[in-house]
Design a protein around this ligand. Structure first.
Ligand code: SF4
Length: 66
């Protein structure tokens, strides 16, 4: 069972692309709305996710521990 859940507040995302740049395994920018999405919303390991959380200029990436 996954240990972590990733949530992104899309309304508040300013489309800077930083999360996808530092953590492309987990985050991607989608062309339809130019917002960040989690490729995998549930993860066993955080890996680079914390880096993405730290780099987000508007702090809209939340990691929920399950
Ligand atoms: S770093 Fe934050 S503001 Fe920038 S694209 Fe990712 S979620 Fe959006």
């Amino acid at each position: 069972m996954a240990k972590y859940k990733i949530e992104i507040d899309k309304e508040a995302c300013i489309s800077c692309g930083s999360c996808a740049a530092v953590c492309p395994d987990v985050f991607e920018m989608r062309t339809e709305d130019n917002k960040a999405y989690a490729k995998k919303s549930e993860l066993e390991e955080l890996g680079c996710v914390q880096e993405a959380v730290d780099v987000c200029p508007v702090q809209v990436i939340a990691v929920i521990t399950k």
